[in-house]
Design a binder for this molecule. Structure first.
Ligand code: PHE
Length: 377
């Protein structure tokens, strides 16, 4: 405080105060000094400084006034000084408390103003995800088969060897089991096993025929698992759509016509199909379907000249395996092989998606890189 403020550091005698009148005006002066200081206490920090300056126990104004004015005062003035000091103390106390309340309320109002919602602001627009390309291709293929009377069924991804192999005419030690290197589950003690991750969607053929009588026309989309090392064309998990049609008089012509219809719907009318002999234990005869190369139009020559890199000049691209249901399979589901016939196919979805959309690495399907995913909104 400035020197003019510092009268309370001196005694009344030194100040030459000798009457009650003078005491009153001295206190009035001090009070107006306080009022001025209180007015400038507008935030928490300046309020604390005010409180300490006036109430500080060792050198606050009120302590100094008590020590310098009251205690050493002459007996004649003591009453007047005591009364004025009490009055000042009550005044200072009251004002400091009202300032505190005002400052706190102000801070609260400021916080409220800051937090208030502005309804005129535009909302936060969160990007909406899209179906993964694999799901889109599933749906595309499902729609094609819906249009010719197939319906969708699903089956378990954890299977018994019976459904994954035996009932599909693949007995133990059959060499094709080597092509389908299988994940077996580690089971807790006491749980009957073995159980495995299905290596193809074909076990759902068996589940379906166990539950339904012909006519059966189903497709089975789903995940399948094989112990393959990941590379550009292999993944330990990939996707298939199984197809199964069984009825009283389904012919080989129905079979190839259906596949040809599907391939043309999926890749385009100009694409031709052919089939080559193949082998699966659960179809007889078994075939491998090819499509004329969608990159070079079947010519085997790239548009830029030279050999087409996609079909390696063959003009044909291998699509998927299929065949007429082997009568032995009907034996496992109590269908009468003399009365029914049918066909089955197993389409690798990832492979078809790669062909159709020009993707050369299967791994990008599983890396969830949005730069890839966003290309297929
Ligand atoms: N399940 C066979 C595989 O995954 C494909 C297939 C399905 C072949 C149906 C013929 C009939 O390789």
């Amino acid at each position: 405080m400035s020197t003019s403020d510092s009268k309370h550091t001196q005694t009344l005698a030194t100040l030459g105060v000798s009457s009650a009148e003078q005491v009153h005006s001295l206190f009035a002066e001090l009070r107006s000094q306080f009022d001025a200081a209180a007015r400038s206490a507008t935030d928490e920090n300046s309020w604390k400084a005010l409180r300490d300056a006036w109430f500080g126990r060792r050198s606050g104004v009120l302590t100094l006034v008590t020590d310098n004015w009251l205690k050493p005062s002459s007996p004649e003035l003591k009453r007047a000084v005591g009364a004025s000091l009490n009055e000042l103390r009550t005044h200072v106390d009251g004002r400091i408390e009202t300032r505190r309340i005002a400052i706190e309320a102000g801070a609260e109002a400021a916080t409220n103003a800051r937090d208030r919602m502005d309804l005129s602001l535009p909302g936060v627009i969160r990007p909406i995800g899209t179906h993964h390309l694999i799901r889109q291709v599933f749906e595309e293929i499902e729609d094609i088969f819906f249009s010719i009377g197939f319906s969708v069924v699903e089956g378990p991804e954890i299977e018994t060897p019976y459904y994954n192999f035996e009932a599909l005419n693949i007995p133990e030690h059959h060499p094709v089991r080597d092509d389908m290197d299988t994940f077996y589950l580690e089971l807790p003690k006491g749980v009957p096993g073995p159980l495995l991750l299905r290596t193809h969607t074909s076990p759902v053929q068996i589940h379906t025929m166990e539950k339904r009588q012909p006519p059966v026309r189903v497709i089975v989309p789903g995940k399948v698992y094989r112990r393959d090392n990941p590379d550009a064309t292999h993944s330990f998990m990939f996707h298939q759509i199984e197809g199964l049609a069984v009825d009283a008089d389904i012919t080989f012509c129905d079979f190839t016509g259906t596949i040809d219809y599907f391939v043309k719907q999926f890749f385009g009318e100009s694409v031709k199909t052919r089939f080559r002999p193949s082998y699966f234990p659960f179809t007889e005869p078994s075939v491998e379907f090819d499509a004329s190369c969608i990159f070079c139009g079947g010519s085997g020559t790239a548009k830029t000249g030279g050999t087409c890199g996609k079909c390696k000049g063959a003009g044909w691209i291998e699509l998927f395996g299929a065949g007429m249901v082997d009568p032995a399979v009907y034996g496992f589901v109590n269908y009468d092989p003399k009365k029914v016939s049918g066909f089955a196919f197993g389409i690798g979805i990832d492979r078809l998606a790669m062909l159709k959309y020009g993707i050369d690495d299967i791994q990008v399907f599983f890396q969830n890189d949005v730069r890839f995913l966003r290309q297929f909104p």
